[in-house]
Design a protein around this ligand. Structure first.
Ligand SMILES: NC(=O)c1ccc[n+]([C@@H]2O[C@H](COP(=O)([O-])OP(=O)(O)OC[C@H]3O[C@@H](n4cnc5c(N)ncnc54)[C@H](OP(=O)(O)O)[C@@H]3O)[C@@H](O)[C@H]2O)c1
Length: 322
């Protein structure tokens, strides 16, 4: 496993981090806590030292699972979590008053709850779970972040950018107020390369690349007849004719990747860590087998430029979160 500096922080984080949404259950069905704990422990054994969770993932369940295993890791594991929007609207509706979404007292009390769930004295990276650039003019969240850092309850702060809108964080990145951004970056959504990544490098802000496998499209496992349990999130994400669209895109991708070593999800993760602005990529993982496959990607290094060039043609402008 290779490690990269997370922006201006002193944290050296594993290139492959742990996306902990799925292990929260509820929004992702089909896993078990026992399997998730085994997957987390295996990830630590293989050198992973960074986890991205959120208070909203399974209403604290993901945080509690993470809290139950990190202390037994043989090395220090850094934890990032998030304050959910108070109005429970993901992503933030444009122009939402910050008082409806992130009032000062609410950020403070959510952080206390996360500290209890995680059983730690300090959160390494606290993030706002949604973002609106209009909030740059407002003080509530800035004061809350500052007070949390001063008290030592939070070490560093960041924002998780709304789906497929990387440029809405450019002002925040340049402001010096945040240490990291979390953004969708994968073979289909390459838009952070246009402006955000250069800004993050210029201002020494860390980048957490989320949803590297497009919620499963880029695993190659989504087929026309793939069914999801109950009303879980992916049943919504892949509704209607979207599975057919995915199958067509993935077939074209596979044809272009013929001869490239590794499975499709491994190449997809390798694409993400090829960009030097990325501090860590955080695939969602619930099983030992996916952990072993994903973490092995770090040792393969960046993709050759010729392959990256081919992948440029597979960018896909869509928003399945709506
Ligand atoms: N607004 C936000 O801030 C926000 C929104 C979405 C996600 N996130 C963060 O980003 C993380 C990643 O996104 P995500 O979990 O939604 O989606 P994702 O990482 O794009 O995809 C997760 C899926 O990929 C599978 N997978 C992972 N590695 C694999 C491998 N090597 N081979 C085959 N399959 C593999 C997982 O399988 P198994 O689960 O079966 O192991 C899971 O089904 C989240 O966990 C969360 O931490 C943040």
């Amino acid at each position: 496993m290779r490690y990269r500096k997370l922006g201006r922080t002193e944290m050296e984080v594993s290139e492959i981090g742990y996306g902990a949404w799925g292990i929260g259950g509820k929004q992702w069905l089909g896993g078990t806590d026992e399997e998730s704990v085994r997957a987390l422990r295996r990830a630590f054994e293989l050198g992973l030292n960074f986890i991205d969770t959120a208070l909203a993932y399974g209403d604290g369940h993901s945080e509690r699972l993470v809290g139950s295993v990190v202390k037994n890791a043989a090395h220090r594991v850094y934890i990032a979590t998030k304050v959910p929007p108070k109005n429970r609207i993901w992503p933030a509706a444009p122009g939402s008053p910050v008082g409806d979404v992130f009032p000062y007292e609410y950020i403070m009390s959510c952080t206390e709850e996360s500290l209890r769930n995680l059983k730690v004295d300090s959160i390494d990276l606290q993030q706002l779970h949604v973002w609106d650039p209009g909030w740059m003019q407002r003080d509530e969240w800035k004061r809350a972040f500052e007070d949390l850092r001063t008290s030592g309850k939070v070490r560093y702060t960041g924002i998780s950018i709304n789906d497929h809108q990387p440029d809405t964080a450019l002002e925040a990145v340049a402001s010096g107020l945040i240490d990291a951004v979390q953004v969708i970056y994968n073979i289909f959504d390459q838009t952070p390369e246009r402006n955000l990544f250069a800004a993050a490098q210029r201002h020494n802000v860390g980048v957490l690349a989320r949803v590297p496998l497009d919620e499963g499209s880029l695993t190659g496992a989504i087929r026309e007849d793939t069914a999801f349990e109950g009303d879980e999130f992916r049943a919504f994400y892949f509704r209607g004719d979207r599975k057919t669209q995915v199958v067509e895109r993935v077939e074209a991708l596979r044809a272009d990747l013929d001869g490239v070593p590794g499975t499709l999800p491994e190449i997809a993760l390798r694409f993400v860590i090829t960009h030097p602005a990325v501090s860590t990529v955080i695939p969602g993982m619930r099983r030992v087998t996916t952990v072993e496959s994903s973490l092995g990607v770090s040792d393969t290094g960046p993709l050759p430029e010729a392959i990256v060039e081919k992948l440029r043609n597979h960018a896909w402008n869509k928003n399945f979160y709506r």
